[in-house]
Write a protein that binds this ligand. Structure first.
Ligand code: FAD
Ligand code: AMP
Length: 481
């Protein structure tokens, strides 16, 4: 065993012998783990059965945001007259909308391919399955089979859309999942979305802007369960104003046919109702993609396909790590990537634990919605003595210009130490602004520290500072109650 120093970290590994690291899955978890592993001197092989970039780049984060960006352009053009600009979106060329989305995806996938090459990561196209604790059999795309053994293995096989056991969904051509919703031939004339989670809300927002009549059906009393309730209610009102029908405490019971459309039976607070829609988007969550891995052959502990790990991303088998969506925990690209870096570090002699404290949750609606840390509901549940600072965006100049001042910023703080517990933003570019909140939580900042930070004018971020001031009843641009 020799000592090895890099970036101020001492690793207890034998650097005379190159460590072989196998990464299964090339999504934002796997490709990041592979690059970090290579940076740390390992001999890295990455196995991908489909396309590098995984769900995120190919059928997730990136293509949804490309559609939403096109939708936003439509919205902006339709409001241009308010700003004195004589233009109205005449319509859209759907083929071009999809072509632009594809071009962005392809460029990013090409980028990942190039980065892996630059880091000398060997990529094998094929599906991996365990045949022993550290041995894999690869069913390659070229029809051949290869057996691989690694000193260390990182599993990053991600997730796929879950198909709920709702009668009439499986095999129904009118029912689509998020993947097909990103490549429809045309926006449907009507769309019923089952599930008011992030994916359902984002695709509802995009298709609404393209003129589809959208209905969201959510079984729980509240949309977006992990987001702040008060701001979620505001967002719901804004979406309803745009013509999106939203039903909560509404459970889809079955899906049948009505001509070439779908007829959806819904239990709405105990009353049976029926809805007809051209397409039904099934957005009730995702399940881990681990069935093909044969985890049991390696003795890797899992709970119905969700791989179990400790804070160091270690599975129950020594030298085998798992990260990202295949854990079935926080299914977000940035979490997969952070865990990927950690797993590579830990596989190569470091010991770093995962902490989700600074994890931002983002919803790309119009306006955007983002939060980090505790929600008010979470603080109440934990019995924390908290206070709230609220700042409405109609009192912020930049927001007023950008979207008419729609939205608000809410800061939660602990009453004893004035430490920031959570920041929640509904407003223009909220997903960009939440970075400040994540940093504040990571640094355990107090209200005073946010207040002491000079925020540029005119920006929407000034409202973060104003929300902190409001918490101390000294906001400048609203009367303090
Ligand atoms: P994945 O990206 O799923 O990658 C896993 C890879 O492993 C896949 O390429 C798969 O083909 C491969 N694989 C699986 N099994 C094997 C095997 N046996 N052998 C070889 N290869 C295998 N997250 C965000 O943070 N922000 C967003 O805005 C966002 N938007 C989303 C929108 C949609 C519509 C969807 C569906 C998801 C979205 N997500 C978003 C979630 C995000 O895409 C995932 O959290 C992220 O992709 C998880 O990364 P991963 O590397 O764990 O898995
Ligand atoms: P997410 O897991 O964030 O993608 O969100 C999925 C949402 O779908 C959750 O809020 C569930 O409550 C909701 N859901 C699941 N099954 C049904 C159903 N049969 N009818 C309506 N909503 C559902």
């Amino acid at each position: 065993m020799t000592l090895f120093e890099q970036n101020g970290v001492t690793r207890f590994i034998d650097m005379d012998k190159k460590i072989s690291l196998i990464v299964i899955g090339g999504g934002p978890g796997g490709y990041v783990a592979a690059i970090r592993g290579a940076q740390l001197g390992a001999d890295v092989t990455l196995i991908e059965k489909n396309r590098l970039g995984g769900t995120c780049l190919n059928v997730g984060c990136i293509p949804t945001k490309a559609l939403l960006h096109a939708a936003e352009i439509m919205e902006e053009m339709n409001h241009a007259a308010e700003y004195g600009i004589k233009v109205k979106a005449e319509g859209y060329d759907w083929k071009q909308v999809l072509a632009k989305k594809r071009a962005v995806v392809n460029q990013l996938v090409g980028g990942v391919t190039g980065l892996l090459k630059a880091n000398k990561v060997k990529v094998i196209e094929g599906e991996a399955a365990f045949t022993g604790t550290k041995t894999l059999s690869i069913n390659k795309k070229d029809g051949k089979t290869e057996t691989l053994t690694g000193d260390k293995i990182i599993i990053a096989t991600g997730s796929v859309p879950a198909i709920p056991p709702i009668p009439g969904v499986q095999g129904n051509p009118a029912c689509i999942d998020s993947t097909s919703a990103l490549s429809l031939e045309n926006p449907p004339e009507s769309l019923l979305v089952i599930g008011g989670g992030v994916i359902g809300m984002e695709l509802a927002t995009a298709y609404n802007a393209f003129g589809t009549k959208v209905t969201i059906v959510e079984a729980l009393p509240k949309l977006l369960p992990m987001m702040d309730g008060e701001l979620t209610a505001t967002l719901r009102g804004l979406m309803e104003k745009k013509g999106i029908e939203i039903l909560t405490e509404a459970k889809v019971l079955s899906v049948g046919k009505s001509g070439d459309k779908a007829e959806v039976q819904v239990d709405l607070k105990g009353v049976k109702k029926s809805f007809v829609a051209e397409k039904v988007l099934v957005a009730v969550g995702r399940k881990t993609d681990t069935a093909a891995l044969q985890l049991d052959k390696a003795g890797i502990r899992h709970d119905r396909g969700k791989i179990q790990v400790n804070e160091f991303m270690e599975t129950s088998v020594k030298d085998v790590y798992a990260i990202g969506d295949c854990l079935g925990q926080i299914m977000l690209a940035h979490i997969a990537s952070v865990q990927g870096e950690l797993a590579a570090e830990n596989a190569l002699g470091h010991k770093m634990g995962f902490d989700s404290k600074t994890n931002p949750s983002c919803v790309y609606t119009m306006p955007e919605f983002a939060g980090v840390g505790l929600t008010e509901e979470g603080a109440k549940e934990k019995g924390i003595d908290y206070g709230v600072g609220n700042f409405p965006l109609f009192a912020n100049g930049k927001a007023l210009i950008a979207n008419g001042g729609v939205g608000a910023i809410k800061i939660l703080y602990g009453k004893k130490f004035n430490e920031i517990l959570g920041i929640h933003i509904l407003g223009p570019r909220a997903t960009e602004m939440i970075g400040e909140g994540a940093l504040a939580l990571g640094l355990e900042a107090t209200l005073e520290e946010v207040i002491q930070t000079i925020h540029a004018h005119p920006t929407v971020t000034e409202a973060v500072r104003e929300a902190a001031l409001a918490a101390e009843k000294r906001a400048i641009h609203i009367p303090n109650k």
